[in-house]
Write a protein that binds this ligand. Structure first.
Ligand SMILES: Cc1cc2nc3c(=O)[nH]c(=O)nc-3n(C[C@H](O)[C@H](O)[C@H](O)COP(=O)(O)OP(=O)(O)OC[C@H]3O[C@@H](n4cnc5c(N)ncnc54)[C@H](O)[C@@H]3O)c2cc1C
Length: 288
């Protein structure tokens, strides 16, 4: 349970962090809250020779509005997301999801950037980012680029990040006022990763679904965007028959592992149950 030896670096600018990570290549890793990376290092599943701590870079922290988008610095902690009144008003699913991650001790240090950059299918925020159609702002050797969350995840722990890249911020469009939302997560005990979870954001017009987006957590190698399921719901009142068809479409794209959280068939069914609950709760919260 003791990590291998590593050198510790604490840059104070994004430019210096990128320079260090580019210099170290595969021998370097960014360190954010450390609540995924350090456990991996203790288990020797990660053995970076150099840790580049992002905690000293002030510009990576904070929440701000930019036109009709919200921009959240990568080093903003899960606790900060819960505490932000701006986010609570504009994108409340972020608070709801953060409150279901681990425990307060983890949330005081764990960051949004670390949660989405990690590439662990068990992390909760990636499916929410896929649901919200977020974009990741990344700075690397050749400058800045933006990667849609829906294109970022290529496999378990395999993302669009290249060695030397720093994820600097997450941008997301603010959902329409009066939207409904819910993040439903089944876990074995408080603080556990999801057996299955579902994120829903929708708007109603005249009691019918005008827009809908759905993300699923930990029922595949990557977060899943359940596009067909959401399309089935458009124009419906979220009646039981239509919800059942949408849930079947969502279950069909899952491919969970059989593990300590249950056999694959069970986890697929639980994704369906979480989605059914999330749709009902989102509907009850939506105006229009
Ligand atoms: C007991 C426990 C329970 C937990 N339960 C949950 C849970 O239920 N749901 C959940 O989602 N998470 C859970 N976590 C994980 C927690 O949310 C982590 O904090 C999070 O996954 C990673 O964020 P971090 O800031 O700690 O990143 P770190 O651990 O520091 O980094 C994680 C990975 O991302 C990379 N990285 C980090 N930041 C950047 C960046 N800005 N640019 C490029 N690469 C970067 C690192 O190099 C590393 O590979 C749990 C953790 C613990 C210890």
């Amino acid at each position: 349970m003791i990590p291998g030896a590593f050198a510790y670096h604490r840059p104070t600018s994004i430019k210096d962090a990128v320079g260090l990570l580019a210099q170290f290549g595969d021998d370097g890793r960014a360190l954010a809250g450390g609540h995924s990376l350090i456990p991996m290092m203790k288990l020797r599943l990660a053995t970076p020779a150099n840790l580049v701590d992002l905690a000293g870079i002030a510009e990576l922290k904070g929440v701000r509005a930019d036109g009709d988008e919200m921009v959240i610095g990568a080093m903003t902690t899960q606790h900060d997301l819960i505490a932000s009144d701006l986010l609570g008003e504009k994108i409340p699913i972020l608070r709801e999801t953060s409150e279901l991650i681990a425990d307060p001790q983890v949330r005081y240090l764990g960051t949004l950037g670390g949660n989405v950059a990690n590439g662990d299918p068990g992390n909760d925020m990636p499916a929410v980012m896929v649901c919200l159609n977020a974009t990741y702002q990344v700075t690397g050797k050749s400058g800045e680029r933006r990667i849609p969350a829906r294109q970022f995840y290529h496999g378990a722990y395999f993302t669009a990040l290249e060695p030397g890249d720093v994820l600097t911020a997450v941008r997301m469009p603010v959902p329409a006022a009066g939207h409904g939302y819910a993040y439903e997560k089944l876990k074995r005990k408080v603080g556990d990763y999801a057996t299955a979870a579902a994120a829903v954001v929708l708007t109603l017009s005249g009691g019918k679904v005008a827009n809908c987006s759905i993300g699923l957590t930990n029922v595949g190698e990557t977060p899943l965007w359940a596009q067909e399921a959401a399309t089935i719901l458009l124009g419906s009142t979220l009646d039981a028959a239509t919800v059942k068809r949408a849930v079947a479409a969502a279950e069909a794209i899952t491919a969970p592992a059989s593990d300590a959280r249950g056999p694959a068939e069970y986890r697929t069914k639980m994704a369906g149950v979480m989605l059914t609950r999330a749709l009902a709760r989102a509907k009850s919260r939506a105006r229009g």
